[in-house]
Design a protein around this ligand. Structure first.
Ligand SMILES: C[S@@+](CC[C@H](N)C(=O)[O-])C[C@H]1O[C@@H](n2cnc3c(N)ncnc32)[C@H](O)[C@@H]1O
Length: 444
């Protein structure tokens, strides 16, 4: 199986299912015997087609003489793969893109479809794709939705909340292949020691946050360090929430939606592996990953419990609760390539209700002076600021807490003013979107 066929298999599996695309791609690549370059091409093709699907389908519809949305899914995906290679990837020669897709069509749909794929793809060249002309009569958001391949309802919302320029910056960020975010495990070495090591100092890397995070295009070169627990894959935006909570050694923290444990393990590192972290999640499978990862990192203070965080009562009262709530994930659309097409207003509303229930229960667990850190990887106000405003109206015993210690720039001011940080995709190079709010429970 070559890279294009592997990509086609992945796209076929992703469409109807609920499983995340990266898991499906990994499962297919695990079974295939392919070199590193082909594995990278498979991932790029799948993610590229998923991200740019709306634009690609629009272009195909101009050259395909039937109704493209009615075509067999396998034919749709073969044509999408072809167009992605022809118009979005510079490194693939045109003839290779076309002939590989024709071969796939022959293998999966027979000679007639191979001819059809050949006919359509041969007509699609950069000169024949006249987006501005085709979209001339469209409303602004409708046009941007096609050009930047995002659902129109979603960008209408962003435009209303953040304005056109920010919406464009977010969409541009979401359409790029992500940088890999890494966190250096300070229980094993200092960031300076790690980055000075000649084994990996040659790879391009950009240090960020407090210096224990870095961003890099390189992944394979860090695999050995990931296995040995010197590193964790984590976007720095995830780290910001933990820094805002700022757990000190010997503290007692309850992490209510903890799995797979990215934040729990960072908190354990900040606590120098002293104190206790109770990591609750309703997914036992993901909690198993948390346990395994903690062992790799040399962390012993995390205890995992499989439970519903809306009713879980800890044996010991925590000093702080981290509630990294399930959310739409609109801050991480760059990484979750297919997610933009799966979201809906109904889903947003259901999640807002779940977040409210989780927040109310977290509030009941905390003692006076306890800290509640609420975080999402969403940029939707209903899941962030509006959720917090409603919480504070229901719980006047809580207030926004600005005493969070020193956060690095550019987060310091927002944390000092409101106890919260909102990061929008594209605002800071390599940082995903996300929100975090620090709250304190006061005596009534
Ligand atoms: C945003 S993820 C948490 C990520 C995690 N904090 C980390 O840093 O790796 C949200 C988690 O909430 C869990 N979850 C959703 N509803 C829950 C509930 N009612 N009780 C407990 N966990 C829940 C999901 O299984 C998922 O693992």
């Amino acid at each position: 199986m070559n890279a294009r066929e592997a990509a086609l298999k992945a796209l076929q599996a992703i469409e109807p299912g609920k499983e995340k695309s990266d898991r499906i791609v990994h499962a297919i690549l695990d079974r295939a015997t392919m070199n590193r370059q082909d594995r990278a091409l498979t991932t790029e093709l799948v993610n590229g087609v998923l991200r740019m699907r709306k634009k690609i389908d629009f272009i195909i519809s101009k050259f395909y003489h039937h109704r493209f949305e009615k075509a067999a899914p396998v034919l749709q995906n073969i044509l999408r793969l072809g167009v992605y290679q022809l118009l979005f990837l510079e490194k693939i020669p045109e003839w290779a893109a076309v002939s590989e897709c024709v071969d796939l069509a022959r293998k999966y749909k027979g000679e007639r479809m191979a001819k059809l794929v050949n006919g359509v793809l041969r007509k699609i060249t950069p000169d024949n794709v006249v987006m501005d002309e085709w979209l001339k009569g469209c409303e602004d958001m409708e046009r941007l939705s096609v050009q930047y391949s995002h659902p129109e309802w979603l960008i209408n919302r962003w435009n209303a909340v953040y304005g056109r320029e920010t919406t464009l910056a977010s969409m541009t960020y979401n359409n790029h292949a992500p940088l890999f975010g890494f966190r250096i495990n300070t229980l094993k070495q200092t960031p300076d020691e790690f980055l000075a090591d000649p084994a990996h100092s040659s790879f391009p890397q950009e240090r960020c946050l407090t210096g224990n995070f870095f961003l890099s295009k390189e992944f394979a070169g860090f695999e050995a360090c990931l296995k040995s627990g010197k590193l964790t894959v984590q976007n720095p935006t995830q780290g910001v929430a933990c820094l805002l909570l700022n757990p000190v050694p010997e503290s007692r923290v309850l992490d209510l939606c903890a799995a797979p444990g990215g934040k729990a393990t960072f908190m354990a590192e900040l606590m120098q592996n002293k104190g206790s972290i109770t990591a609750v999640d309703r997914s036992s499978e993901k909690l198993e990953k948390t346990r395994q990862h903690a062992v790799e990192l040399g962390i012993t203070i995390i205890k995992t419990i499989c439970a519903d965080a809306r009713s879980f009562v800890p044996e010991e009262t925590p000093q702080a609760v981290l509630l990294d709530a399930p959310c739409t994930g609109t801050g991480v659309l760059q990484k979750r390539a297919e997610l933009r097409w799966k979201l809906s207003m109904e889903m947003l509303q259901e999640l807002v209700t779940l977040q409210r229930e989780l927040l109310d229960h977290a509030a009941s667990i905390l003692p006076v002076n306890g800290i509640l850190l609420y975080a999402t990887c969403s940029i939707e106000p209903e899941e962030n600021e509006l959720q917090i405003e409603a919480f504070l109206r229901r719980h006047p015993e809580f207030s926004r807490d600005t005493s969070c210690g020193s956060l690095p720039e550019p987060f310091r001011m927002s944390a000092a003013e409101k106890g919260s940080i909102l990061t929008l995709p594209g605002e800071l190079p390599g940082f995903d979107g996300g929100f975090a709010q620090r709250l304190r429970k006061n005596a009534r």
